[in-house]
Design a protein. Structure first.
Length: 262
């Protein structure tokens, strides 16, 4: 089995969540020490326990990515207890409300931007400034297909994820002179699971022309729009992230790769 990340250290944000944990597992399997960052210590402990079998160092750190001081402290802790961060999976996120723009809740818009865009910038800034000093590093940001095509009723999420795609392009240019690559992934419809159920229920509840008002019908409508005619499995994400973090993609920077079934 390939161990592309032997001896490296990875920071994963949103690591107690579905995609974060699946990617952390893949990185650990390929030899990387991992630092898991998320909001909740209990969920982080469960996640860390599930990685114990891989024989790498696994540390957890509670941090709210919307608070820059807390991000700096978390990264200091990660580097002191595990090692210099070589790999960053910048992935914490929140989907927000579903409502057309003229009814979108104002406070939720701010919250989504603070987590998905400003939070991603905070982590990117704090990690990359340490990578710049070492002239080495590889970064993957989690955007979304909602950041490449504006979906209806997702004003805050869609704009934030467009922002993440932009941040990835800008950062790839700013950091290229320092030997650091920055790429992104744009997952689309993943499931089954909580996110898929939440998304289809809330889209149905918007009662707009784009979707049926019945969540089960919304599921069928959404899948019918996917050329491969199925949802993506969470396990179809880690391989792409590992590729973008690894030297296998050594001449790729600034791209956001759709993981979308076409
Ligand atoms: P998830 O809800 O399982 O995981 C997200 C994690 O981020 C959670 O554990 C949550 O606690 C953490 N988080 C939220 N706010 C935070 C904050 N302020 N500070 C630190 N951590 C915070 O969802 P997921 O599907 O694993 O999502 C991971 C990423 O993938 C997100 O950026 C999401 O927008 C994106 N995404 C998901 C899908 C999908 O269908 N699942 C599709 C496209 C993009």
């Amino acid at each position: 089995e390939k161990k592309r990340f032997a001896g490296k250290t990875a920071l994963v944000t949103g690591a107690a969540g579905n995609i974060g944990l699946a990617v952390a597992r893949r990185l650990a399997k390929e030899g990387s020490h991992v630092v898991l960052l998320d909001l909740d210590q209990g969920k982080l402990d469960t996640a860390a326990t599930s990685l114990a079998e891989h024989g790498v160092k696994v540390k957890t750190v509670v941090c709210d990515v919307t608070n820059y001081t807390s991000v700096e402290e978390a990264i200091d802790y990660a580097e002191k207890t595990v090692g210099p961060i070589d790999l960053l999976f910048n992935n914490a996120g929140y989907q927000g409300a579903f409502a057309p723009i003229h009814e979108y809740p104002v406070e939720d818009f701010q919250r989504v931007v603070d987590i998905d865009l400003v939070g991603a910038f905070h982590v990117l800034r704090a990690v990359s400034r340490r990578m710049v000093a070492r002239r080495s590093g590889s970064i993957v940001n989690t955007a979304s297909m909602a950041g490449l095509q504006g979906p209806p009723n997702m004003g805050a999420y869609g704009s934030s994820k467009f922002g993440v795609v932009g941040l990835t392009q800008v950062a790839s240019k700013d950091l290229a002179p320092h030997n650091i690559r920055v790429n992104g992934i744009a997952p689309a419809l993943m499931g089954p699971g909580f996110m898929w159920d939440r998304q289809t229920e809330l889209q149905a509840a918007t009662n707009t022309q784009y979707f049926s008002t019945d969540p089960e019908t919304v599921k069928k409508e959404m899948v019918a729009g996917v050329p491969m005619r199925r949802l993506g499995d969470i396990e179809e994400i880690p391989g792409t992230v590992a590729f973008l973090l690894s030297e296998d993609s050594s001449y790729i920077t600034g791209v956001t790769l759709p993981i979308s079934g076409g």
